[in-house]
Ligand binder design. Sequence first.
Ligand SMILES: *Cc1c(COP(=O)(O)O)cnc(C)c1O
Length: 434
Amino acid sequence: MSEIVDLDKKHLWHPFTQEQTAPDPIEIVRAKDASLLGADGKEYLDLISSWWTCAHGHAHPQIAEAVAHQAETLEHVIFAGFTHAPAANLGRKLAAKSPGELDRVFYSDNGSTAVEIALKLAIQFSYNRGDKKKRLLAFEGGYHGDTFGGMSVSRETGFFRPFEELMIAVDFLPYPETWAGDDAVETKEAAALAALDAYLEAHGSETAALIVEPLVQGASGMRMVRPEFLRQVAFRLKMAGVLLIFDEVMTGFGRTGDLFASLKAEVQPDLVCLSKAITGGFMPLAATMVTNEIYAEFLADDFGRAFFHGHSYTANPLGCAAALASMEIFEELETWERIQIIEKVHQERLNALMSHPRIHRQRLTGTIAAFDIRADDAGYTAAIAPRIKEHFFQRGLLIRPLGNVIYLLPPYCITPEQLNRAWDGIEAALKEVN
Ligand SMILES: *Cc1c(COP(=O)(O)O)cnc(C)c1O
């Protein structure tokens, strides 16, 4: 065991990990493009973009340079009463690239805080208007983060049992997940929309907002819905005067094949949460974007209507500089060509697996491909998950199944050769691992 792993095991505590049974962590010493280099000299192909953060590739020189330059110029400054060019320029860019009227940015530093802020803004928006709507709506299976607000709107994932009694009240709707060749999709969508109609009829006037991971629920297993469904939901909420929050923490920045899932689905949400790939995977940064209509409700002569919320590292200049550099890379045509090639390779390889006896529910949105392994214990704790993960790691493939769901969500620099190597590894695993 290396000295670093030894120290780690003495002092550190890892996220989402049962420390007693987990294998020793793998020490990584360098990263470049789609590859991670282990201390033992072994290379791993990063097929999950290091928890969905990495966008263009690891150690991308343009982003590295922007961060280094910013670190030597202005590393951080309090953001109450002060501002700086990286924050302002990023705000302009995000406003220009996001759909419709999302012109106002509130920065924080991770996905959970971006969600917490969106929920609080939605509640206070209503409070400031004097209608004091308190109900929140979410979808079964949605995952929105690990803070109390985030956990509360993620309750139906079942990840947070010890805290359930302390959560804020949230109502949940059925989620009409779908896949290639699903002939029940319209029935499922109609049932979900009927449930929404009934809910809005009974509680619409007390409901502040609905939060949804647009097009793809990430953590609960890359569960996808059709854009048509989101458009129907958005239309009903607008009629009922309920705010629509898009949690694009995972789907943002190219994952679905467009810069944002809202653009791909052609839906105009009222609030959007961004983080993960916002800096290309370099720095912790998040943004909650809202319309000027929402912002205006917080303006007054007295302090009472203001949003009393902030974090020490709000609008950190290093994060903003990284995000700006990443946005420049999104302005290159080549980036979008790479994203299209990833989708094409995914589609070819999924097609070849369409009638594979061990798997079903093949699905694809942009750069995200997924399917379920048939298992009696389907779900996040499926027994096959650790075995198949170990199989992938042995072959130098960083693929982390979500229970019995296998998915690929690579950085955009990945080559077709590398991506095909990952799919070959998946096919081998389906033969060899039980
Ligand atoms: C990861 C994630 C979050 C939480 O982000 P953190 O940065 O891990 O706190 C929230 N929403 C979605 C959709 C996510 O995928």
